[in-house]
Ligand binder design. Structure first.
Ligand SMILES: [Zn+2]
Length: 90
């Protein structure tokens, strides 16, 4: 397991064993996020999904989760702060 300089907590710690997604974002998470912060995000994601009844298979809901993931983990491509997620689009 490689050590990463985590953009979320700012520490150099153990990273993930593999990219969590098969795309650019997965590579970005792998390169910039430690395993501890990833675990924190997974907990946060469950809260967001429950709170706003998001369906990850719904592309619009997936985009909301993606924006929040980037903001939460402070990924370099993050466009800023996490959304104040309102009622998700039907
Ligand atoms: Zn971290």
């Amino acid at each position: 397991m490689a050590t990463v300089k985590c953009t979320c907590c700012g520490e150099s710690k153990d990273g993930l064993e593999a990219a969590p997604f098969n795309d650019d974002m997965g590579q970005e998470v792998l390169a910039n996020t430690c395993a501890d912060c990833w675990k924190n995000w997974l907990g946060q994601q469950v809260m967001l999904i429950n709170e706003h009844q998001l369906l990850p298979v719904n592309p619009e809901h997936g985009a909301i989760l993606e924006r929040n993931l980037k903001a939460f983990l402070k990924l370099p491509t993050s466009e800023g702060e996490a959304d104040q997620v309102g009622t998700p689009p039907a």
